[in-house]
Design a binder for this molecule. Structure first.
Ligand SMILES: *Cc1c(COP(=O)(O)O)cnc(C)c1O
Length: 963
């Protein structure tokens, strides 16, 4: 046994400092009561306060060493066979310089979504490199900064086509050559919103339906066939529809781009650009569109704007598309995407450059050619001659036996049907592999031959790529490891992540992502597994999944959990689809109204629309709670059509609402189902359970409550948890190793992610978190998080009103500071305060969500009192500065607040002509003199960037004159 307890490392405050904080909050424990429980007993409504904590299903907390040993044991029960299954997942060599300096580097993995662009220039540059890489390889005008995976990107492409096409037909044609998981996901998403899918064998020249709003093409096809979709695209255009092409990014270094063939939308995955398979994820999907469709793009789009000195600076563009503003009219529900993985894939392209990528693609294609040649020479038939990396082999009645023999020999091939096997090559394929594979088909291939003499498979001449790509210097200079290491360091240095200080973002739970939790992610037994590997290869993974599902069910009071959704938004969609399926199975075909409080997270409304529901907004009272009277009115008005209520508990206002039991009972009485958004579970875990509050289904955010790092805006895992009656409607998957939820999903298919277990590769993180915290540790974490938020509220209340609180004046795990009175009084805006915090060495709290003109502060349990006090002191000092502006000590248009943040160059170069001193500008408190974080740019002009939309790497001359 270790002498150190992990929970004590994870929780930043100690019992001694907690005593100080409790006193500041005004809490005293009764005799025999734990001080933290005294706080929670007062904060959580007595009607739901279950002081029993989590149940016995959670094991005793393990030490870090014990958890690692158990993970080693689980890993040892996974078998890393050489996967040549293809279907969108390929072996890849992660350059060590990228693994070490990005994937394993907290400067990258602990960063948040770049909502505060001045402190996010590094990851924004990496993402604009990603967008440039995708748009140039696909030949499209504009690419976004990642999608959740290939199949969901295809679904988003289908929905985009429906929005952008003027055709009224509900028909969307799907290529018979699409990947099976993509077909299944398209079927789920289409059924939910009334789209009719028609499968067409496009490569064989089967005719398209007469009326349709779009077509989906897989290029190359799942079988490996390379064929020219140009005619199909022209036909769809003639019918008024759009063409969505899913393209293999590596093949596009050799093949004509979708853009050059006329595609409107290109989608796909960037997994094989150096991101391990990880049993299905996380990986960055991509989407790119032709010119004219950029304002239809879902997800996040990085653009170039300028800062207060007129210098180029990056930021998220077209913010108006965000679900928070558009809500049920949003283009999609995607919030968390796959930023860390997009950064990895873009750096793979930066490191290899266009020549290196072409060489990797060429070698991959040569390997496939050589395999085909050997098989044909040995008398084995192959299905088609034109392919990039996948050879489909015709072996009547022998397919299963061949796949089995290959498995025994350490190789995974794809069993297409009883007569057909396909084999995909990749960057890792060797000549020895080819000889072994040929052997499974009964052919002895020459073992030692050079590749130099090989030609690339018979790619049609008309489909050879002729145009350049990745000509920007960034893809052509960082090719030595030294240069790459320094580029990654330079970018990381521009950013503020948890390795610099606290990120008190309300609603985001930026807690510690412990090194031990991260350790297993890159172990080959977890990283090197294909999502469609046979069940016997993934016993360790499946055990880990089962254990984690069981623990999550236990702590939430639900009966079944699916880990498939790869973000909170996808968990919402899965949960709402389960509700819809349940009503339909009961014959309740008219139940399609989803009640959503006006304070809800924007993804809620967007997800409800994607689940085919109608959103009816429920008012919020002045105190921030759900308006019970309005709820009853809305329930009555929709008595026959009520499908669900979606509420967040504690609320997005960071408050434990008193009436939650009444609310859920009212919905049930009217025949509705209750969806509890579990993103705020960090305020409840161990003290109460959604299932006991009347919830029927919830999603959790493992990247908030369960320690998966945010990665600069992804990865995420958004498991959906449900009561038994909804369990049969949870996501299934046509290629799942286990059929746990393959019950009666009424929409054909059923998956919401491309992989059966979603982003499995990061599940060891949450597993380790729960394993090392144990029930008591999780409970302490909750109380410590709630204490820290209340401590901030108590100490800042006199300077900034705390907008909402519960009965005893207490908040939950976050508090909303109202800055509107300060603005009215002094003219200083919430923006000024957020940017000024950068000068003090802080990441701003969540700005203007869920209420405009406010800051929502969530310290989490991981911050210690010194860091929290430093933040409080900064906020008080900023309040003083605002008073100085009011008193005209400083003019309204020239003070440290309006000019914040201050770059080094802005205080060093030229004359200092401001009303305040240089020291006041950049060293407002002496404690930061040695630790100063220097923002690389001044305040960024958001509107300029939206008026002048540039979403690819700017020419380097743009940075030439940074005086
Ligand atoms: C974060 C959050 C979500 C969305 O989660 P993503 O993983 O970003 O999709 C939904 N609801 C609430 C209340 C949240 O805070």
């Amino acid at each position: 046994m270790s002498v150190t307890i992990f929970a004590d490392r994870h929780i930043g405050t100690t019992s001694a400092t907690q005593a100080v904080m409790l006193e500041a909050v005004g809490i005293t424990a009764e005799a025999g009561e734990r001080p933290l429980d005294a706080l929670m007993r007062r904060a959580v409504p007595s009607s739901i306060y279950a002081s029993r904590g989590t149940s016995a299903a959670l094991p005793e907390a393990a030490s870090e060493a014990e958890a690692l040993a158990e993970l080693r044991e689980l890993a040892s029960r996974n078998t890393v066979n050489k996967a040549m299954i293809g279907l969108g997942y390929y072996g890849t060599l992660t350059p060590s310089v990228i693994q070490r300096n990005v994937l394993e580097n907290p400067s990258w993995y602990t960063a948040y979504t770049p909502y505060q662009p001045e402190i996010s220039q590094g990851r924004l540059e990496a993402l604009i490199n990603f967008q440039t890489m995708v748009s140039e390889l696909t030949g499209m005008a504009t690419a976004n900064a990642s999608m959740l995976d290939e199949s969901s990107a295809a679904a988003e492409g289908m929905l985009l086509a429906r929005r952008a096409s003027k055709v009224t037909s509900p028909v969307f044609a799907v290529d018979a050559g699409a990947f099976p998981q993509t077909k299944a996901l398209l079927a789920t998403r289409a059924a939910a919103v009334g789209i009719e899918l028609v499968e067409v064998d496009l490569a064989r020249g089967e005719a398209l339906p007469e009326a349709l709003f779009g077509v989906f093409v897989q290029y190359p096809a799942a079988s490996g066939l390379v064929w020219n979709p140009k005619v199909v695209i022209e036909q769809v255009h003639a019918a008024g529809g759009l063409a969505v092409v899913s393209a293999d990014l590596l093949s596009l270094t050799l093949l004509a781009s979708p853009g050059s063939l006329g595609a409107d939308v290109a989608v796909g995955t960037t997994q094989r650009f150096g991101v391990p398979m990880g049993f299905g994820g996380p990986h960055a999907g991509y989407m790119a569109v032709r010119s004219g469709l950029e304002r239809q793009l879902p997800g996040r789009l990085v653009g170039v704007s300028q800062d207060a000195s007129g210098h180029p600076a990056y930021r998220l563009s077209l913010q108006t598309r965000e679900q928070h503003i558009r809500r049920e009219k949003a283009t999609s529900n995607i919030c968390t995407a796959q930023v860390l993985l997009a950064v990895m894939a873009s750096m793979y392209a930066v490191y290899h450059g266009p020549t290196g990528l072409s060489a990797i693609a060429t070698r991959t294609a040569q390997m496939a050619s050589q395999l085909a040649k050997s098989l044909v020479a040995g008398g084995v038939e192959i299905a088609h001659e034109s392919f990039f990396d996948t050879v489909t082999v015709v072996v009547p009645q022998r397919a299963a036996a061949i796949v089995k023999a290959a498995h025994a020999g350490g190789y995974l091939l794809h069993l297409v049907d009883e007569d057909t096997v396909s084999v995909s090559t990749d960057e890792t394929t060797t000549l020895e592999d080819l000889a072994a594979v040929a052997g499974f088909f009964g052919v002895s291939a020459p073992g030692a031959f050079g590749l130099a003499a090989l030609e690339i498979g018979k790619l049609p001449e008309e489909l050879r790529r002729t145009d350049d790509f990745l000509t920007h210097p960034v893809f052509n200079v960082h090719h030595s490891e030294t240069a790459m290491m320094r580029y990654l360091k330079q970018l990381a240095d521009r950013d503020y992540a948890l390795d610099r200080g606290m990120i008190p973002l309300g609603s985001c739970t930026m807690k510690l992502n412990a090194a031990t939790e991260m350790a297993a992610v890159t172990w080959p037994e977890f990283a090197g597994i294909h999502p469609f590997a046979p069940v016997s290869d993934v016993e360790g993974y499946l055990d880990l999944v089962t254990q984690l599902e069981g623990w999550l069910a236990d702590v939430t009071g639900y009966d079944a959990v699916s880990l498939q959704p790869n973000a909170g938004s996808q968990g919402e969609l899965a949960g709402l689809l389960a509700i819809r399926g349940y009503h339909l199975a009961n014959g309740d075909t008219g139940r399609d109204v989803c009640l959503i409080p006006s304070s809800a997270h924007g993804t809620n409304a967007a997800s409800a629309v994607l689940a085919g529901m109608k959103v009816v907004v429920v008012a919020t009272t002045e105190s921030g709670d759900v308006d019970l009277d309005d709820l009853r009115t809305k329930i009555a008005a929709n008595a026959d059509t009520l499908s669900a209520l979606m509420i967040t508990y504690p609320s997005t206002h960071g408050v434990y609402e008193q009436d939650v039991l009444e609310i859920t009972a009212a919905v049930h009485a009217a025949g509705g189902q209750v969806y509890i958004d579990g993103a705020n579970l960090n305020a409840l875990l161990g003290y109460s359970r959604f299932g006991d509050l009347g919830g029927d289904v919830s999603h959790l955010n493992l990247h908030k409550t369960f320690a998966i790092p945010h990665g600069g805006g992804g990865p995420g895992v958004g498991p959906v948890a449900a009561k038994a009656h909804l369990a049969p409607f949870l996501p299934s998957h046509p290629l799942a190793q286990r059929a746990e939820h393959a019950g009666g999903f009424v929409f054909e298919g059923g998956p919401v992610s491309a992989a059966p277990y979603g982003s499995s590769g990061v599940l060891p993180i949450s597993w380790a978190y729960v394993r090392m915290m144990g029930a008591a540790g999780l409970r302490d974490a909750t109380a410590a998080a709630v204490l820290s938020a209340n401590y901030v509220a108590a100490r800042l209340r006199d300077y900034y009103p705390v907008l909402y609180s519960g009965e005893g004046g207490l908040v939950a795990h976050e508090c909303i500071l109202d800055l509107r009175p300060l603005k009215d009084d002094t003219g200083v805006t919430v923006d000024d305060v957020a940017k000024r915090l950068i000068d003090y060495g802080f990441h701003a709290p969540t700005m203007s969500f869920p209420v405009a003109g406010t800051l929502m502060v969530e310290p989490t349990e991981s911050e210690d009192i010194a860091e929290i006090d430093r933040f409080i002191d900064a906020m008080i000092k900023i309040h003083d500065e605002a008073q100085a502006v009011k008193a005209v000590v400083w003019p309204a248009d020239d003070n440290p607040l309006v000019n914040a943040p201050h770059t080094a160059v802005s205080v060093i170069s030229g004359e200092w002509a401001h009303a305040y001193t240089r020291d006041e500008a950049v060293y407002p408190v002496a404690s930061i003199i040695r630790t100063k974080y220097w923002p690389p740019v001044r305040r960024i002009d958001q509107a300029f960037g939206d008026r002048n939309l540039v979403c690819a790497c700017p020419p380097i001359e743009a940075f030439a004159d940074l005086g």
